[in-house]
Design a protein around this ligand. Sequence first.
Ligand code: ZN
Length: 94
Amino acid sequence: MIETQICFEVDGAVVSLADLADEYLVEMLAHTEAHIRQQVQRQLSGVRCAEHGAAPRVTVTASYAADVDQMELSYHVDACCPALLLRAVGALNR
Ligand SMILES: [Zn+2]
């Protein structure tokens, strides 16, 4: 299991789903979160450091711009060493 953390920003402000009043938006972001988790698990399954045995940790920031209805995802990867970082980034970009 890859440790994945997902942060949401709406119109530039960090939000948590529990604080949002817009039900449509909450549903859309929750769906996005589930999708991102699945995708990260799939892409990084089996990616482990040969030397340290550790798996990469991923933080994804999903920034939603309501006015243009666009979602931008940025990935931050933590790894035990540069070799694993390279592998993880490569796997995420496959
Ligand atoms: Zn390592």
